[in-house]
Design a protein around this ligand. Structure first.
Ligand SMILES: Nc1ncnc2c1ncn2[C@@H]1O[C@H](COP(=O)(O)OP(=O)(O)OP(=O)(O)O)[C@@H](O)[C@H]1O
Ligand SMILES: [Mg+2]
Length: 396
């Protein structure tokens, strides 16, 4: 249970809204200490911004040794070095600005993760060598709209599931204009936006409450029906969701918007495969090259990039040599243009479902085979590929 103490009622109300769920408030620090004593499983205490600093520090210091699994997060109106130093000495895990609701939720999530690990270590020696089984995450991306991301993502999810032999989760990270629901004729009862109140506390049960099943072996996490709701699904939350989803499924396929966003970076950070699309026109090819430059900067391994030229046979006056000159990277596959694709989208049935021998389906199966026959067996732990920390700021 999450416990908090904030003496000012207005601030307490705001805090409860930020935390979501049903945190338990104490009337003073003595009651807070009593609540902690009464609940040996309590892992998180939040001390509000109007709690006296000296008292907060004393509270944390007292519990530091007696309850090492209890994380204390302190809110302040101003965070300065002196406050941070004092807090850290007392064993407070994080000091966060009281106005930073996103930061507060993220800090609570991190603290709970630490507590969870400590609790595991303290209860019994875990088989530390036993790796957590993880599915492989495939992100489908293009730096220009309309290149076929959603087409590839939906068909690849069907191919990877292989009629229910594998568990696949298709995640629509095109949070404002996601097409997965409409392409699969799904009516989203819940969407990724419904994860927002669970930020920092998500678990497999929470994820199960959000998925919309599609077919045997295939679940979807859909984009919010109202574009404005997508704004609320931030990078930290996307990371939290994807980390859990990877543990639950053999494969996770992520569809994306046609631009780098913090949420897309969160998915790329956790990906084992990157499917990068372009169509044979100069703006799309230029954006593919820029995407590859960005990937080089972020040190996403070249071996895991699958570059696909969609609608490759469109007669648009570009030769293979022209295309290679712009892209300057090996193109793994060329998918022909066929009216079967828009027809299948308009019917709401992926080509892989009822036309597995269509040329587009055949190429999707090549990607599936490459992913499934890669060195590691499905379910083995896979290192995230990314090495550098990077964050996008709005307006840059
Ligand atoms: N191989 C193909 N042959 C013919 N049409 C195609 C092919 N691939 C995609 N299309 C068409 O191109 C359009 C865009 O495809 P899709 O929605 O998959 O792209 P997207 O990259 O997801 O777009 P957005 O950036 O808008 O999300 C669709 O109308 C689809 O029918
Ligand atoms: Mg799309």
């Amino acid at each position: 249970m999450t416990l908090y103490y904030e003496p000012l009622p207005d601030r307490a109300r705001t805090l409860v809204e930020i935390l979501g769920g049903q945190p338990h408030g104490a009337a003073d620090l003595a009651e807070l200490a009593a609540l902690v004593r009464a609940d040996p499983g309590a892992q998180l205490v939040i001390l509000g911004s109007s709690v006296n600093l000296a008292e907060a520090v004393t509270f944390a210091a007292q519990h530091r040794l007696t309850r090492p699994t209890l994380g204390v997060v302190l809110l302040r109106d101003h965070v300065d070095v002196a406050v941070l130093a004092e807090a850290l000495r007392a064993g407070i895990r994080e000091v966060i600005n009281a106005g930073d609701s996103h930061g507060i939720r993220a800090a609570c999530g991190r603290s709970l993760e630490v507590s969870h690990q400590l609790a595991l270590g303290g209860v019994a020696p875990q088989p530390a060598a036993a790796p957590v089984k993880e599915g492989r995450l495939v992100t489908v991306f293009a730096g220009k709209g309309g290149c076929g991301k959603s087409t590839v993502a939906t068909n690849l999810a069907v191919a990877l599931a292989d009629g229910g032999k594998h568990r696949v989760c298709l995640v629509d990270l095109d949070l404002t204009f996601g097409d997965v629901a409409i392409m699969l004729q799904l009516v989203p009862k819940r969407s990724l936006a419904d994860a927002v109140p669970m930020t920092g506390r998500l678990d497999e049960t929470g994820i199960r409450s959000l998925v919309t099943p599609y077919a045997p072996g295939i679940d979807t996490l859909l984009a919010p029906p109202a574009p404005a709701d997508g704004e609320r699904v931030g990078r930290e939350l996307v990371s939290e969701i994807l980390k859990i989803v990877k543990r639950m499924y053999d494969y996770v396929v992520v569809d994306t918007p046609p631009f780098f966003s913090d949420q897309v970076l969160a998915a790329l950070d956790l990906s084992q495969w990157y499917i990068l699309l372009a169509t044979p026109d100069i703006p799309a090819l230029k954006n593919l090259r820029l995407t590859l430059d960005m990937f080089d900067l972020l040190e996403y391994p070249t071996s895991q990039r699958i570059i696909v030229l969609n609608r490759s046979d469109s007669q648009v006056g570009l030769t293979h040599a022209d295309i290679d000159r712009v892209v300057r990277a090996p193109i793994a596959g060329r998918v022909p243009s066929t009216r079967d694709v828009p027809v299948s989208i308009n019917r709401g049935v992926p080509l892989m479902v009822d036309s597995p021998n269509n040329p587009v389906s055949r190429y999707i199966r090549e990607i599936q085979a490459r992913i499934q026959t890669a060195a590691q067996p499905a379910g083995a732990p896979v290192e995230p590929a990314r090495r550098r920390a990077f964050s996008l700021r709005r307006g840059r």
